[in-house]
Design a protein around this ligand. Structure first.
Ligand code: BGC
Length: 720
């Protein structure tokens, strides 16, 4: 307990006092039975707070219990002490802010609420890149660019850990689709992997000193991610310098010695491979005791470094109301204005006599994302499902749809107190169109429920909502569409509507944030962290790769020892042969025109870029300076983006994002911007030499407001 010693030294002193059994006890969960008890029998004596994971500490050595809760967009299932947590907008909304302060607020809020509920470890920080936009977990991730995703998660985790809670970045790696996630073998070459998905992890780990990384369900190039020595040992621990511990995703451990020697430090949530089996492997020498000590060291040094010994959580009821302000600010900074024909928005309340509000339960709530990231909203599900008929099976966990009680209808009524604001549920397009026709404007809310555990079948809106939008737009030329989606969607009606807002899953204050943007109290400034394609035919994989059906009964087995549950265990491959061309890099390289490009987003004002200069300084640091001017009549914030085109010899897609800066500007104001380019971000990964290098030749540095709107560039040559 001597705080003057380093976390590593304190961990070693403690390890010196531990028996083999005690060491092993820190490396695995006790399974669901240990956490929740066996149904029907008395609950086992456990100190678990009911979060997703629990590892008992060792009281006589002062080692605290490890209490983990899922916390991707707020603390989930915090059954222990306080039922409710702040429901933040989904992570893709945070990413749409491109704002380091927003990422810090997001992480700090999650850390504080975990701590208040007695948890000392978060399971969040998802940054799987959007290679497959139909992925059911896109809402939990931070888009398609490694530098954007890695930087934001780094800020989020740093702020979270400052609350004395261990952070986690997941799912490492290439878990880019949910379909068949336990059996899919991802094929990808090393360079493409290092420059895309792994680069996001590298940046996140290095910039935050995060304590934990969760390895994923899938296989990568033939080995399960949680027993993949290239991923865990060579890349994460050696190259990225990760000092924390690797825990498996829930049920993603598949072996003892192979996994331990490949770099897995903790099996979760069960005890099949890293309890008795690991003890045996250590006793037989199959796993050397030095490796066992390294596993324990990584966990304990993290607990010391983050403050679990010195500042244990102080449980209290969560002040969710305090969290609401943060949730609203994130939504306001993360809602993207995609279309605004003839200045349809912002709305002027005084000039509107009637407003039709249509669809998507917008009378009572806003949609949220499903699965382990699902936060139990204060106030409960705004659209509770009807009680199932007696004997019917319960709705499967991954099929649940929860609406946060934040009513767009109420928020719009509050803004337009003198207008008649009427609601139509949108189930009958003709009735909705009739209301739209009788109103000055129509605001149609549409949704796309997504969840962990399932991908969406297509990027079209479900439940005939495209028909609804078309019918309303045909009835009223002033139709505004508000999207509540987890993924990009295609928009067959785009030319018929006058405005489109992408609100994602906007969280517990989503309605207020949407209304503030619609009525101009907030000037939108968010930019897309993912490309919206015109059609799925333009995707690198026009069809989602599905697991093939079982070839024989032999394929139907329990994937988890001890469970009676049987599933199709047939392996299959997804070949990410688009390689480096992830997201916008694909559209650029293939000359395809997206519906809305990466980095795109409108504002109620406009910006101009000028005076670009690029200078090469000591240590090959490039300094980029330019001016941004607010050329409109409203104050706003521009996310100024810097892209680089590498020399042709580098063999790269046409350009990559290398830096950005969010700048607040009053009407008419001009501000100079200076960014320095990290040479890592201009580098390419040489797989033969296993190292990063700068290709000699001419680099073009571009500036502008989106990946497809880059008004200026300067060329600069880097010699050998
Ligand atoms: C998810 C993880 C989550 C874990 C614990 C898994 O199914 O993939 O993201 O942290 O469950 O709930």
């Amino acid at each position: 307990m001597d705080k003057s010693l380093s976390p590593d030294r304190r961990a070693d002193l403690l390890i010196g006092q531990m028996t083999l059994e005690e060491k092993i006890s820190l490396l695995h969960g006790g399974g669901f039975r240990a956490m929740f008890g066996t149904p029907g029998s008395p609950a086992p004596p456990t100190r678990s707070l009911g979060g997703a994971g629990f590892i008992p500490g060792i009281p006589h050595l002062g080692i605290p219990d490890l209490q983990m809760a899922d916390a991707a967009c707020g603390v989930t299932r915090g059954a222990g002490y306080s039922r409710y947590s702040t429901v933040l907008p989904s992570d893709i909304s945070e990413a749409s802010s491109w704002d380091l302060n927003v990422a810090q607020d997001y992480g700090a809020l999650i850390g504080r609420e975990l701590r208040d509920q007695g948890f000392n470890m978060s399971l969040g920080g998802g940054i799987n890149l959007t290679r497959e936009p139909r992925n059911g977990r896109t809402f939990e991730y931070k888009g398609e660019d490694p530098i954007l995703a890695g930087t934001l998660v780094g800020q989020e985790m740093k702020a979270l850990q400052e609350q004395g809670v261990i952070g986690d970045i997941k799912h490492y790696a290439m878990n880019d689709q949910e379909s068949g996630r336990n059996f899919v073998d991802v094929k990808i070459d090393k360079r493409a992997m290092r420059e895309s998905d792994l680069l996001a992890f590298e940046i996140g780990v290095k910039e935050s000193g995060v304590g934990a990384v969760m390895c994923s369900y899938n296989l990568v190039n033939g080995d399960y991610a949680c027993e993949n020595s290239y991923l865990l040992e060579d890349a994460l621990k050696k190259d990225f310098g990760f000092q924390g511990f690797v825990l498996s995703d829930w049920g993603a451990t598949h072996s003892t010695a192979k996994a331990a020697m490949a770099g897995l430090d903790m099996e979760m949530p069960g005890d099949t491979y890293f309890a008795d089996a690991l003890e045996k492997a250590v006793k037989s020498g199959e796993v050397p005791s030095s490796r066992l000590d390294d596993m324990v060291h990584r966990i304990l040094r993290t607990e010391f470094a983050v403050g679990l010994f010195d500042l244990p959580p102080d449980r209290k009821v969560v002040d969710v109301f305090k969290g609401f302000d943060v949730a609203q600010r994130v939504a306001e900074q993360g809602t993207v204005l995609l279309k605004n024909a003839q200045g349809q928005l912002p709305l002027e309340a005084s000039s509107l006599r009637s407003i039709a509000v249509i669809g998507s339960h917008s009378d009572v709530g806003v949609l949220s994302g499903g699965g382990s990231a699902q936060v139990d909203p204060p106030g409960g599900n705004a659209v509770p499902p009807p009680p199932p008929p007696p004997g019917a099976p319960r709705t499967a966990f991954f099929q649940r749809v929860i609406w946060d009680p934040s009513s767009p209808l109420k928020a719009i009524r509050a803004k337009a107190a003198h207008a008649k604001v009427e609601y139509n549920a949108g189930e009958d397009p003709a009735a909705a169109a009739a209301l739209a026709k009788a109103s000055d404007i129509a605001i149609v809310f549409v949704n796309q429920p997504t969840s962990e555990g399932r991908d969406v079948p297509s990027l079209l809106l479900p439940d005939k909502q495209d028909e609804l939008v078309s019918a309303v737009a045909a009835a009223n030329p002033h139709t505004i569409v508000v999207l509540e989606t987890g993924d990009p969607v295609t928009m067959p009606w785009i030319d018929k509507v006058s405005a489109v807002l992408e609100a994602w899953y906007p969280g517990i204050r989503g309605a207020e944030a949407i209304a503030n943007i619609l009525f101009g109290d907030v000037n939108p400034c968010a930019k897309l962290p993912v490309t919206f394609p015109r059609s799925e035919a333009d995707l690198p994989h026009p069809k989602l790769t599905q697991q093939p059906p079982p070839a024989s009964d032999a394929d139907m087995v329990s994937p988890f020892p001890g469970s009676r549950f049987r599933m199709n265990t047939r392996r299959f491959e997804v070949d990410y042969n688009e390689g480096l061309k992830v997201g916008y890099k694909w559209y650029d390289a293939e000359g395809k025109q997206p519906l809305f490009p990466f980095g795109y987003g409108l504002s109620y004002t406009s910006y101009a870029y000028s005076k670009l200069k690029v200078e090469l300084g000591a240590g090959r640091v490039l300094t980029v300076t330019f001016n941004v001017k607010n050329t409109g009549a409203r104050a706003g914030a521009e996310i100024a983006q810097v892209y680089a085109s590498l020399p042709p010899s580098a063999g790269e897609p046409p350009k990559r994002l290398v830096a950005w800066e969010k700048i607040q500007l009053a009407p008419g104001e001009v501000k100079p911007v200076t960014v320095t380019l990290d040479s890592r971000y201009l580098s390419i990964f040489n797989a033969a030499k296993d190292s990063w290098e700068l290709a000699p030749g001419e680099y073009k540095i571009w500036i502008g407001g989106s990946s497809r709107n880059l008004p200026q560039y300067k060329a600069i040559t880097l010699s050998d």
